[in-house]
Design a protein around this ligand. Structure first.
Ligand SMILES: [Zn+2]
Length: 485
């Protein structure tokens, strides 16, 4: 076992969350080797440990997209500047963030090419060629890609100039069908984030000032981080016929009349990695939900040198058994590293379950299971170990969701006016439920006075507020306000 001194030394390399949450976050993701800063400002390298998390997210989400009838395609990264001029709100929203290629092969290009920030325009252009008749609809395409937005303030995974994401773009015969798709994908995101990443989210509609540039309606899921701030974990947009009109996506309907399609788009990104870390991590490091963890179980053989061969032989068999059962297991049998150091190391890396096995355990036909969530170690029979490990992984997944739900409940406040909101925000972190009259001026006032922005208008608020938090007039909506990443 590690001495207390060794434990403390180890943990002091990570800034405590209560001291400086952002510092804690950077310490942890660097120490766990998830990322590193790239030479270009605002860009990061996804190191193998970090990319493996993304691959697991991608795999499961992709499976769910395909189950709901979507197919993948790949569209080019470079988009002619003129495409952005076609949808007025879209260009106004994205122009400040667009990087352009202006020169290639030694020549100045006739038309500047934008590095895609999102691909509505490119999909719109291609859909106008492909869609001719109602028989061609709906078109349900998703793309896994990188995108670029020239961000001024960056935070690894949460906001970087280049990031990885998926963007779904669909075209439909009418509003009803397109709106159903918008909600289907929002619900898919909610279920994925809650079930797979163990993060409870609030589903709702964005206010007009926070909606996607060019959308009719934008819906989001919002998650709470451990510093009480919000992260928008996914969005789904109903575009109406805005992009269809800009790109002439027209089709012959069932009465042989020419009509514009109704389109949607929806996206999630590598922000999910950052938000998962900020929602679950603790002062010892990462805590990764078993369903997404690249390593679910770390197996650590223990014992004096003279027993080593015997222990490793049994541990090897155990490793093979767990692996065969579909569990993502690793073994650390390095002889020159103390077990206590290893315990700390894999806790810091967020591995959900640790197995310790030593000579006496083998003699008794048992091994020890430790959960990343803490609590007593479990002694389990080696001949039933697969079931017990699966059960513990399940318990950790559920325990993480419940813990996050409790955290959110204890950081969820209800306020009636600005004075109250300001006073509460000085001493409390979290989300603030408040009434809103619907005017953008009142939203601006809240932002200016408190630093909180409207996150969304929840579909299912715990309480319906009756007066606007800023002006005191009758409230049209109940809104979640919070500081956000
Ligand atoms: Zn108001």
């Amino acid at each position: 076992m590690a001495s207390d001194k060794q434990d403390k030394q180890f943990v002091t390399e990570i800034t405590p969350q209560s001291e400086d949450f952002s510092r804690w976050y950077i310490d942890v993701i660097k120490k766990a080797e998830l990322m590193d800063y790239a030479p270009v400002r605002g860009c990061i390298v996804f190191r193998p440990e970090g990319y493996a998390i993304w691959e697991n997210i991608q795999q499961e989400m992709d499976r769910r997209f395909k189950e709901t009838g979507h197919r993948n395609a790949y569209f080019p990264m470079l988009i002619p500047e003129s495409f952005f001029q076609k949808e007025k709100e879209h260009i106004e929203g994205f122009n400040p963030e667009l990087p352009f290629v202006t020169e290639a092969g030694g020549d100045i290009l006739e038309e500047r090419l934008a590095v895609r920030p999102t691909s509505e325009t490119m999909f719109g252009h291609m859909y106008s060629k492909w869609i001719k008749s109602y028989r061609d609809l709906p078109v349900l395409i998703n793309q896994w890609a990188n995108v670029m937005r020239w961000e001024k303030r960056t935070m690894p995974f949460l906001r970087t100039s280049e990031f990885l994401w998926q963007e779904g773009h669909t075209a439909h015969e009418d509003e009803k069908d397109a709106r159903e798709e918008t909600m289907r994908m929002l619900e898919l995101y909610r279920d994925f984030v809650e079930d797979f990443l163990a993060m409870p989210v609030i589903m709702g509609q964005k206010t007009p000032s926070e909606k996607f540039a060019g959308a009719v309606d934008t819906y989001s899921i919002e998650a709470m981080m451990k510093d009480g701030k919000a992260v928008q974990a996914g969005t789904s947009h109903y575009m109406g016929t805005n992009f269809a009109k800009a790109f002439e996506i027209q089709y012959l309907n069932r009465d042989n009349e020419l009509e514009f399609t109704h389109t949607t788009s929806w996206g999630t990104s590598t922000r999910l990695i950052g938000s998962m870390i900020m929602a679950h991590g603790d002062d010892r490091g990462l805590v990764i939900p078993p369903k997404v963890a690249p390593t679910q179980v770390i197996l650590i053989p223990i014992g004096p040198p003279k027993m080593r061969d015997m222990v490793i032989e049994r541990a090897d068999a155990l490793y093979a058994e767990l692996k065969a059962a579909g569990i993502r297991v690793s073994m650390d049998d390095r002889a020159d590293v103390r077990p206590g150091w290893k315990f700390n190391e894999y806790e810091m890396r967020g591995v959900p379950v640790r197995i310790e096995i030593g000579p006496r355990d083998i003699e008794n036909g048992v091994c020890l299971l430790a959960s990343r969530l803490g609590g007593d170690k479990l002694t389990v029979q080696l001949d039933n170990v697969v079931n017990d490990v699966k059960q513990l992984l399940d318990d950790v997944q559920k325990g993480m969701y419940e813990r996050a739900l409790e955290f959110r409940a204890s950081h969820f406040h209800s306020v009636d006016n600005l004075d109250e909101m300001r006073a509460q925000m000085e001493e409390k972190r979290g989300f603030f439920l408040a009434g809103w009259c619907g005017s953008e001026a009142c939203e601006d006032t809240v932002r200016a006075e408190t630093g909180a922005t409207s996150r969304n208008i929840p579909f299912d608020p715990q309480e319906h507020k009756t007066t606007c938090v800023a002006c005191g007039e009758a409230a049209k909506h109940t809104v979640v306000f919070a500081k956000a990443y």
